[in-house]
Design a protein around this ligand. Structure first.
Ligand SMILES: [Mg+2]
Length: 213
């Protein structure tokens, strides 16, 4: 089985996941900027997950425009994630280096903010390797199109000009998004926690992709 293109998820696939404290700080700063009391665990999770219904409910309760709130939340999340990468607290996985020699065009599709994704590619000097890059714009409309919605994966595949593609992710929603876009999937299992899903392939390292393309 070979593929003309490989599209990757970012968090947990290309780079380590953001630290819990990083996303907490971003949520706290967002709440502070609207003079709201400190967020609850549930509210932080809703913000990190981009749960648009929970965000809309919160905004309606406090008479805040949801678009303005999302913009502010994204700005803080981008700033805090840039900081953790500059501080060396979060980095690329070592096996990302194997992507350079992979015989396929590459794309990146993540539910992380688009600005964070662009920063990551520039910061680690791998921007030129990717021909299609989509993070989430983190607007109320963008959040509705998070995975498993295939919207941004479809857009990347259109840019790459092929459906002969493999989507590589670390979560059940990634595998679902691939199925929704009608392409094969590879689940990267980096630790003992194996999400329940049915990917086309299971791999433990990005180095195994060379045998698939
Ligand atoms: Mg992920």
């Amino acid at each position: 089985m070979t593929y003309a293109a490989v599209v990757l998820d970012n968090d947990g696939v290309l780079t380590e996941l953001p630290k819990r404290e990083t996303m907490w700080r971003a949520a706290e700063r967002t709440f502070q900027s609207f003079d709201l009391s400190a967020p609850s665990g549930e509210q932080v999770r809703a913000l990190v997950a981009g749960n648009v219904e929970a965000i809309r409910t919160l905004c309606a309760e406090h008479r805040i425009d949801a678009g303005t709130f999302c913009y502010e939340a994204a700005a803080h999340a981008v700033r805090e994630q840039k900081r953790e990468m500059r501080d060396g607290l979060r980095t690329l996985y070592d096996d990302a280096s194997t992507l350079w020699d992979l015989n396929a065009r590459l794309g990146l599709v993540s539910d992380n903010q688009h600005e964070t994704i662009r920063f990551i590619l520039r910061f680690f000097g791998i921007e030129e390797r990717f021909d299609a890059v989509y993070g989430n714009p983190y607007t109320p409309e963008g959040l509705r199109r998070m995975k498993p919605d295939p919207h941004y994966l479809d857009a990347a595949l259109d840019d790459l000009g092929t459906r002969d593609a493999l989507y590589v992710g670390d979560s059940a929603v990634d595998i679902e998004a691939a199925a929704n876009a009608g392409v094969d999937s590879a689940l990267v299992v980096r630790d003992d926690e194996v999400p329940e899903c049915e990917p086309t392939h299971r791999i433990e390292s990005l180095g195994e992709l060379s045998a698939l393309v």
